[in-house]
Write a protein that binds this ligand. Structure first.
Ligand code: MRU
Length: 374
């Protein structure tokens, strides 16, 4: 997608130096646009853990490139195999909820094994990392096409007014390699000339909605309004939301959806107000093993300072200020799980399906034999 008219992906191999990966460091957006070099596995692990990069698809792509960098570092190490395996463990442990991370590391480990020399293993790892990134962008583009049909349906039922979509957190192109999941149908509708407006949940505590979703929608020219997290229910009661589209960090093949904390409350409000609640995801975000999302999905807990402090621009500088009383404790669950019964449908790269085991497996029959018998 575009930043000030120039096309960017969120991650790429540095031009002229294949040993370095470049990312957009998201921590200071929208106020500062910074491109960061990552040259070691430790750099990549830090970038994921401290959320220079974030969002399911981009975490997966970063892990893919991280494993490529691991092969470069491993080639200078005594034990190539051990270094690569330990790097995989290091990367996997950075963010527990996002299933794309584990998925990308496992895919890389299986691919690297096939190389018969270190040189070949490095070249396979680079090829696989590029494939993961390209596939992510391609999947999101297709999610856009499938989601567009739902928006078109809603548009036809309206009276020429804007279609109002509510979204939570940032499942936009910044959370992927390009296009985004929840935002892909929105961009597709906007590009087709459909009048569309997005309610952007601010998404406390890290404000991915207010900072990132609002910024990227603005860069694309999509009309949007930032709202505090607790406004959605009120808007729905007054007919001001036509549909909700969110992303997800892990969705069980039975349809339970882990997404940024607060998503569950939006789903409850949507159900109570008959507002369709859609979840957009590429297949890399399905968990093919877990059946009960609430019991089984690991929920990341982050530092309490993310709740106690808030960051923003003050006199041209990014500052962090204390919000709460100095000694108040705070908890910071980063995700919650929305049970499948609250989800109207899943928008995937293969089409839209119901959030239940049979429908998901009908769309992805190749996973049927892997772990589950329906
Ligand atoms: O903690 P983050 O910013 O990595 O959380 C991820 C998210 O942005 C959301 O949960 C998003 O809606 C799903 S990721 C595509």
């Amino acid at each position: 997608m575009n930043v000030n008219g120039k096309h960017y992906r969120t991650i790429w191999v540095k031009e002229g130096d294949e040993s370095v990966i470049q990312i957009i460091d998201q921590r200071n957006l929208p106020h500062e646009f910074i491109v960061e070099d990552l040259a070691s596995v430790d750099d990549v692990a830090k970038a994921i853990k401290e959320m220079h990069v974030r969002g399911a698809g981009l975490i997966g792509a970063s892990a893919g490139y991280g494993m490529y960098i691991a092969t470069l570092e491993a080639s200078k190490n005594d034990s190539f195999e051990r270094f690569v395996n330990e790097s995989g463990e290091k990367l996997t442990s950075t963010r527990p909820t996002s299933v794309n991370l584990e998925w990308a590391v496992k895919r890389q480990l299986a691919a690297i094994k096939k190389g018969s020399s270190i040189k070949e293993k490095i070249s396979i790892a680079l090829k696989t990392a590029n494939e993961i990134a390209d596939e992510d962008a391609g999947f999101c583009k297709r999610i856009g096409k499938h989601g567009l049909k739902i928006i078109e349906e809603i548009n036809r039922g309206g009276k020429g007014e804007s279609v109002n979509v509510l979204t939570h957190c940032n499942a936009g192109w910044l959370a992927f390699v390009d296009y985004g999941s929840a935002t892909a149908p929105i961009y597709a509708a906007f590009d087709k000339g459909i009048k569309i407006h997005v309610w952007v949940d601010e998404t406390r505590p890290r404000n991915q909605g207010a900072r990132l979703t609002a910024w990227e929608l603005g860069q694309h020219g999509v009309p949007h309004t930032v709202i505090p997290d607790n406004v959605g229910g009120h808007l729905m009661q007054h007919g001001l939301v036509d549909m909700v589209i969110v992303g997800t960090d892990r969705t069980t093949h039975t349809g339970d959806v882990a997404n940024k904390i607060g998503t569950y409350l939006k789903a409850l409000a949507a159900k109570n107000n008959n507002v369709p609640f859609y979840v957009a995801l590429p297949s890399s975000t399905f968990d093919w093993k877990m059946k009960d999302g609430i019991k089984e999905i690991p929920i990341e807990e982050r530092g309490s300072d993310e709740v106690r402090y808030i960051r923003g621009l003050w006199n041209g500088e990014i500052r962090k200020v204390l919000l709460t009383p100095k000694n108040s404790h705070a908890t910071n669950y980063a995700f919650d799980v929305t049970p499948s019964r609250l989800v109207t449908g899943l928008i995937t790269e293969r089409g839209v399906c119901k959030a239940d085991e049979k429908s998901v497996m009908d769309l992805y029959p190749e996973h049927r034999t892997e772990y589950n018998e329906i």
